[in-house]
Design a protein around this ligand. Structure first.
Ligand code: CTP
Length: 397
């Protein structure tokens, strides 16, 4: 099963920060995701972790010296620069950022950056005061103006013991940035795709809600797949507990009505709506203002229908629905295509193995306006997202 990093060539530049140990994990996850990773370390980085750590993970030589005559590359920085699909500097120190902003080339990493035409992603890691320093901020702005993607840093506890901005982003976030940056000129660039996710929550009182078993994973995966093909992805999500995907515009909502309002306002200028959310069909007619107290009597909660968001969202864009069914999959889903006048519906049988709520995989049937059904095999939710986006792209013509 292939993802966005499969067979991509990543040059990973590592500079001297205590966060170097996290770069070892990043290299490992990149390799696991199918990328070919060449690591270049600054002298400072070699004081924190050894080249052997990276070599053991990437199974490739680690570059530390511009003048290494033993290297199998004839001219290392030129070769690596030419072959790279992306150059990632993580962690990037204040000093490295300053050198990159100036275009200096006095070590193998900065020389490779100057020589490459591949996109550059810089993930700073430093103490809060060094990050806040005017020169650092100016250098980062300069890099941004040149199209360099700056990932982080994150706030939190720093190696100095102080709290502040300066932590290297965690590996999953960096992987998201790398995938998005690799795909920014992808086949969906210039398009805006709105995706909904999660199960809405309808309050009964200030403590209790009516909700459902949706994990949100399917919608998040569609949004990430759209982002990784260059689209602007807007994710309107009910509470899920999942981390925000990097470089996706995330709009947080709770109820069906809030999701409806957020989706409708996000559709301005958008090219597709993909409703992966499990939206409540009913909400308590009037949520109690105070917590309902327990008694021995039965409790009746009156439910009122919610607005059907897909039905309400009409315009010059492709409309895709989801249909999670426990029986009569194709018949029930086809009925929804007609009722909601959809361009496409993604139907899945929640009783099938690997396709239930919370799974990372899904086996779906895509049914179009003419009710043609395409049965897909068991795929990761990310791959299902890509198959849906292939169809959406076809519908754009
Ligand atoms: N949907 C929506 N607004 C709602 C309810 C559902 O936009 N108020 C969307 C869902 O996001 C999904 C599609 O409609 O993309 C189908 O949702 P589903 O709950 O399966 O269909 P319903 O029309 O609610 O039919 P039923 O619950 O009877 O199966």
């Amino acid at each position: 099963m292939s993802g966005p990093l499969q067979d991509r060539r990543v040059v990973l530049g590592v500079t001297g920060s205590i966060a170097c140990y996290k770069a070892v994990d990043l290299a490992s996850k990149l390799v696991q995701a199918g990328a070919l990773v060449d690591v270049i370390m600054s002298y400072g980085a070699t004081q924190f972790v050894t080249p052997l750590a990276f070599r053991s993970i990437t199974h490739r030589d680690v570059v530390t010296d511009t003048y290494d005559t033993g290297s199998h590359y004839s001219i290392e920085h030129v070769e690596l620069a030419r072959q790279a699909d992306i150059v990632v500097v993580a962690p990037a120190t204040v000093h490295c950022i300053a050198k990159l902003a100036l275009g200096l080339a006095d070590d193998p990493l900065t020389t490779t950056v100057v020589a490459t035409e591949a996109p550059l992603l810089v993930a700073p890691a430093m103490d809060a005061n060094m990050f806040a320093n005017a020169a650092t901020q100016e250098n980062l702005s300069r890099l941004r103006e040149r199209g360099v993607v700056i990932a982080g840093p994150a706030p939190g506890r720093l190696a100095s013991g102080l709290m502040g901005m300066g932590r290297l982003l965690e590996t999953p976030e960096l992987l998201g940035y790398i995938s998005a940056t690799l795909g920014r000129r992808g086949d969906l660039s210039g398009r805006t795709v709105v995706v909904s996710a999660g199960g809405t929550q309808e309050p009964i009182d200030p403590v209790r809600v009516i909700t459902n078993n949706s994990s949100g994973k399917m919608g998040y995966a569609v949004a990430e797949a759209a982002r990784d093909r260059g689209a602007e992805a807007i994710l309107v999500t009910a509470p899920t507990g999942l981390p925000d995907p990097p470089l996706v515009k995330v709009v947080r909502v709770q109820t069906a009505q809030q999701m409806c309002d957020a989706v409708l306002s996000s559709m301005e200028g958008a090219d597709a709506l993909i409703m992966a959310a499990a939206v409540a069909d009913y909400r308590p007619a009037g949520a109690a203002e105070q917590k309902i107290k327990k008694s021995d009597d039965a409790l009746t909660v009156e439910l009122a229908p919610t607005t059907d968001i897909l039905n309400a969202a009409r315009g010059d864009f492709v409309r895709v629905g989801f249909s999670a069914e426990s029986e009569n999959l194709v018949a029930n889903a086809s009925d929804k295509v007609r009722r909601k006048s959809l361009d496409l519906i993604v139907a899945n049988d929640i009783t099938e193995e690997g396709s239930g709520f919370g799974a990372d995989t899904n086996r779906v049937v895509l049914i179009d306006r003419e009710l043609n059904a395409e049965h897909l095999p068991l795929l990761t939710k990310y791959e299902v997202g890509n198959r849906i986006l292939d169809r959406v792209r076809g519908l754009w013509g």
